[in-house]
Design a protein around this ligand. Structure first.
Ligand SMILES: [Zn+2]
Length: 142
């Protein structure tokens, strides 16, 4: 038997009429996919932060080491804490990106409001700054 009889498949894309010929709009983002991607990233980062916290805690708790090991242990604790902080910071950025997805400002530079290159956005969906602003932010230190 053939598995799919072609009876019901005649009406298909009738509900999809949201093409708007507007020149100013940049790439259209697949919001649903982005939301899923951001959500899974958030999950991942949360786990990473928790794991690093846990590692730092158990390293800090271990008091059966001699003095020589204490120094490297302290360094390892600091390392895990930093890792947890980084994960949390990135988590904040991902959350902010998801908010922008909701309020419709996704894809714009948070600093100057320009549309960010869609390629850049799809590479890192929580990008906040356009190329020139991020250049300014990174390079313009003291
Ligand atoms: Zn900018």
């Amino acid at each position: 038997m053939p598995k799919s009889p072609p009876n019901h498949s005649s009406r298909f894309g009738s509900a999809h009429a949201e093409r708007r010929p507007r020149g100013g709009e940049p790439a259209r983002y697949d919001r649903q996919r982005l939301r899923q991607e951001l959500a899974s990233r958030m999950e991942d980062l949360r786990l990473r932060a928790a794991a690093a916290d846990e590692a730092a805690r158990s390293l800090a708790d271990g008091c059966d080491l001699d003095a020589a090991d204490a120094g490297s242990r302290r360094a390892a604790v600091a390392d895990e804490r930093r890792r947890a902080d980084e994960a949390r910071e990135q988590l904040g950025r991902v959350q902010a990106a998801r908010c922008r997805l909701d309020d419709g400002t996704f894809g714009r530079c948070v600093s100057c409001g320009t549309f960010i290159d869609p390629e850049r956005m799809s590479a890192v969906p929580y990008t906040e700054l356009c190329v020139s602003c991020s250049r300014g932010a990174e390079g313009g230190g003291r």
